[in-house]
Every structure is written in structure tokens, then in C-alpha cells.
Design a binder for this molecule. Structure first.
Ligand SMILES: N[C@@H](CCC(=O)N[C@@H](CS)C(=O)NCC(=O)O)C(=O)O
Length: 259
């Protein structure tokens, strides 16, 4: 399932409109309008992901589940003050957000839980009575609350703060929190290929994103176990398709690789 950007949706509408005329020339404008209206309705029903960043997790999940979606870019670096459409979705101005019909949500992990519950069942989320459920649930949340949230502040200090603040007390504390939580991931990977158990789940999407963030944003050196794990999770077809769709993430990864 390839994601659509809004530009691609526009193109698809134009193509369909042209095709409608080409396939049924006799039926004319009215027929084309009906086809275009149907396409618009299909697009309206499609899940919209606003912004990359942690939105990458959401797109990866959608790709794994084979659900149709479109990605609406949000440029945090340019500033969102003038992006009225986005601020109407999330007045707090952070990404990602999703729209699914009448549902609007933020928080990448909550969004993943919602999508799997509403559009599942899926093997990406073990059932509560499954023996793998407790560790699945733990690592799904640890990926954000323990790892990525801490890294966010290390990254801000290292990449954005004035020189004198780059290694301040809070930045060091955030890095210590990240490293201590990472020890739980390392211990688990010593005995299991994936965090919940033998099978890839959404917990792996959550934690893999944080591990890639550690490498790309702060040049954190992962150990052998984590590196082998990231190679395993990012080797999936759905990850490849997600990278194709997420242009900003691709540019960010390429820039980090050059450094
Ligand atoms: N816990 C949130 C974190 C969201 C977050 O911090 N997003 C970053 C980009 S990945 C952002 O929008 N930062 C700008 C801001 O917080 O204003 C989640 O998992 O979605």
C-alpha cells in the first residue's frame, strides 16, 4: 500500500477525470463529474497523517496493516504559524496528528493503538490474554515515554541550543534516562529477536524509531544487539515503503549518514 501525498491525490483526480472522458467520450462532462466526486469522497474517507517526525511510526504501521492513507507534510523548521489548516487540527502545533473520518488525534503511540483497535485485528498487537502482551505493552510505551521523549531534549540541546547549553544539566539527565531505559531493550534482545517475543509487533515500530533517532539526532553509538535488531526491523518491506513516502525522514537519514 503506497501512501499518497496530497499532491499525488490531486494528480490521481486529474488522471481519473481525463480517463473518464477517454473511456466514455459519449457520456461527457456529467459522467466525469460523478467519477471525480467519487474519487474525492474516497480521498475524504482516507486516513490523513499530518507531519513526519514520529509520524513515521504511524505511516510504518499503516503500511504494515495495508491501510490506505495520505501524508500531509508539516514543516516544523519553516514554522507552523502560517499553516492554519494544521493548527486547526492541532493547535499545540506538534506532529504527528491524524484524521480518520470524524476522529482527530495526536500522540504517536496512542494513534497506533487506536488504528490497530479500530482497523484491526492485527498480529502487530497481541491480544491481552496472549503471553507476549505484557512486554508488548511495556515496550510499545517505553519507545516513546522512556526513549524518544528523553532523546528529544538531548537532541534540542545538542543541535539547537546555544553553545554554552549543549551539555547542560538537563541535557545530561535526559541522556542518562535514555541510556538507563535502553538497558531494558538490550536485556530483552539478548534472548528474543523482537521485543514482544518471536514476532514483530508495533512495539518494534515504536522502539526502532527511537533507536534510529538516537543514531541520527545525537550520533549515539548503539551496541551490536541493537544494531542487528534495527537491521532486522528496518529490513521489512513495509519499512522500505514508509521511507519512500516519508521524504523529510529520508532527507534527515541521508544528512545524518553524511555527518
Ligand atoms: N509524544 C509525542 C511527541 C511529539 C513530538 O515531540 N513531536 C515533535 C516532532 S517528532 C514536534 O512536533 N516538536 C515540535 C513541538 O513540540 O512543538 C508523540 O509521540 O507523538
Amino acid at each position: 500500500m503506497g501512501g499518497l501525498t496530497l499532491a499525488t491525490v490531486g494528480l490521481a483526480l486529474n488522471e481519473t477525470s481525463a480517463q473518464a472522458g477517454a473511456v466514455a467520450p459519449g457520456r461527457g462532462r456529467r459522467h466525469r463529474e460523478i467519477v471525480v466526486a467519487r474519487m474525492r469522497e474516497e480521498c475524504r474517507k482516507m486516513i490523513t497523517v499530518w507531519g513526519e517526525g514520529r509520524g513515521f511510526r504511524v505511516v510504518w504501521l499503516l503500511e504494515e496493516m495495508g491501510l490506505a492513507y495520505r501524508l500531509r507534510p508539516v514543516d516544523l523548521l519553516a514554522g507552523v504559524e502560517d499553516d492554519a489548516a494544521f493548527l486547526a487540527i492541532n493547535p499545540a502545533g506538534f506532529i504527528p496528528a491524524i484524521q480518520d473520518g470524524d476522529v482527530t488525534m495526536v500522540e504517536s503511540i496512542a494513534i497506533m493503538e487506536y488504528l490497530m483497535a479500530r482497523h484491526g485485528p492485527t498480529p502487530l498487537a497481541p491480544e491481552p490474554r496472549d503471553p507476549t502482551f505484557p512486554l508488548y505493552q511495556q515496550f510499545l510505551h517505553l519507545g516513546e515515554a522512556g526513549l524518544a521523549a528523553s532523546l528529544y531534549f538531548v537532541s534540542g540541546a545538542r543541535n539547537i541550543a546555544p553553545e554554552s547549553e549543549r551539555n547542560n544539566w538537563s541535557a545530561r539527565q535526559a541522556l542518562e534516562v535514555f541510556e538507563s531505559r535502553l538497558a531494558l531493550v538490550t536485556r530483552r534482545l539478548a534472548t528474543s529477536p523482537y521485543l514482544a517475543g518471536e514476532r514483530f509487533t508495533a512495539a518494534d515500530i515504536s522502539v526502532t524509531y527511537a533507536l534510529e533517532m538516537a543514531q541520527r539526532n545525537v550520533g549515539f553509538g548503539l551496541g551490536d544487539l541493537e544494531r542487528a535488531y534495527v537491521a532486522r526491523t528496518t529490513g521489512r518491506d513495509a519499512y522500505g515503503r514508509t521511507m519512500e513516502t516519508c521524504h523529510a525522514t529520508r532527507a534527515w537519514a541521508a544528512e545524518a549518514a553524511r555527518r
